[in-house]
Design a protein around this ligand. Structure first.
Ligand code: ADP
Ligand code: SF4
Ligand code: MG
Length: 327
């Protein structure tokens, strides 16, 4: 169930990556991967982030977890700005804030058994005695729908779905409050995707977890989200309840994205107007001035080229950054 309290408050969060360009790396430049993101993550909710590949979704997840040190801005957790914490200060908090990736191979050491992989964070955070460990691992495997004997197996002996279950068990091992699911189902077969989604929803209910769910599959996002944030080229374009964003989108980019989602109702589906976005996403090395979407926006106005639209609450809980949306 959704509580009302924010678990995390993100204010003006920014992540820029310095990069070297040219055949000899002779030029330096900055990738503006995330700019000025301000939003809350409510305890117990599933907040999804959507947007085209490269728009900064993963960077947002990494910056919130301080896996990539933010360039500017704040991430308030339990009254403290963890965005400025060093690794030593982060250590006790790492327990609470976990991440599951698209590719479980990136978190699972091929030479470690499933039991060792799930037990490692428990030992690291000293959450139980050595004697209690096997029972705890077995319980975690049970939580993710795997038999206890899987503790003896190696990652390569498992299917993709089973490996993702192990990655989830590992994330669960230190009893987290918050999990970033970064495309956690995107690499799986559709039938397996549904199983993993149901598992995540069951675990959320059982343990009161809060999710930041990063995905590009909008039908899945509509199914599982309480709220949805839409990103474009490193900036939040819109954020609101699932019904606000899917049912009454405000931002032209959201409208274009949503017009590509098939309607379940065949009558609505027949009258659906698909809006095709023209052109490619510009480079985050040199994002357009003003509204970053103005080069592709069908209703761009003069001021959109120079004035950054303010991020504001248009109606209760429904945030948008667009000059064309009346105040
Ligand atoms: N470590 C990095 N160094 C330089 N650029 C990066 C790095 N990580 C991500 N980027 C760039 O930042 C932008 C946002 O990337 P990302 O957050 O991964 O997008 P998404 O998850 O939405 O696909 C992209 O242009 C990407 O190339
Ligand atoms: S601010 Fe202007 S360019 Fe940007 S989405 Fe709104 S109307 Fe389009
Ligand atoms: Mg990503």
């Amino acid at each position: 169930m959704m509580g009302a309290e924010p678990l995390l408050r993100i204010e003006g969060l920014k992540k820029h990556f310095p990069v070297r360009l040219g055949a000899f790396g002779e030029r330096s430049a900055v990738v503006q991967a995330l700019d000025d993101a301000t939003f809350e993550i409510i305890e117990g909710e599933t907040l999804s982030l959507v947007g085209e590949s490269g728009c900064g979704k993963s960077t947002t997840g990494f910056a919130i977890l301080n896996l990539h040190r933010p360039t500017a801005g704040q991430v308030i957790y339990r009254g403290e700005n963890i965005a400025i914490f060093d690794e030593r200060q982060m250590r006790p908090i790492r327990r609470d804030l976990q991440i599951v990736f698209q590719d479980p191979y990136s978190t699972l050491n091929p030479r470690m058994t499933v039991g060792e992989a799930v037990g490692e964070p428990i030992l690291f955070h000293k959450l139980c005695s050595k004697a209690e460990l096997p029972g705890r691992i077995e319980r975690l495997l049970g939580d993710v729908g795997l038999p206890g004997r899987f503790a003896q197996r190696y990652p390569h002996e498992l299917s993709g779905g089973q490996r993702q279950r192990v990655a989830i068990a590992r994330a669960l091992a230190c009893e987290p409050k918050f999990i970033v699911c970064d495309e956690a189902i995107s690499a799986l077969d559709v039938s397996i995707q549904a199983q993993i989604i149901n598992l995540l929803l069951d675990l959320q209910e059982k343990y009161g977890l809060t999710y930041l769910f990063i995905a590009h599959h909008l039908a899945v996002v509509r199914h599982i989200s309480d709220r949805v944030g839409v990103m474009y080229l490193g900036r939040l374009a819109e954020l609101g309840s699932r019904d606000q964003v899917f049912g009454a989108p405000l931002h032209p980019y959201t409208k274009a994205l949503m017009s590509a989602v098939p309607e379940a109702d065949p009558v609505a589906e027949r009258s659906r107007q698909r809006q095709i976005l023209q052109g490619d996403v510009p480079s985050p090395l040199a994002p357009p001035a003003g509204c970053r979407f103005h080069t592709r926006c069908p209703i761009a106005m003069e001021q959109c080229r120079s004035v950054v639209p303010e991020w504001r609450e248009h109606e209760a809980g429904h945030f948008v950054a667009c000059h064309a949306v009346p105040a």
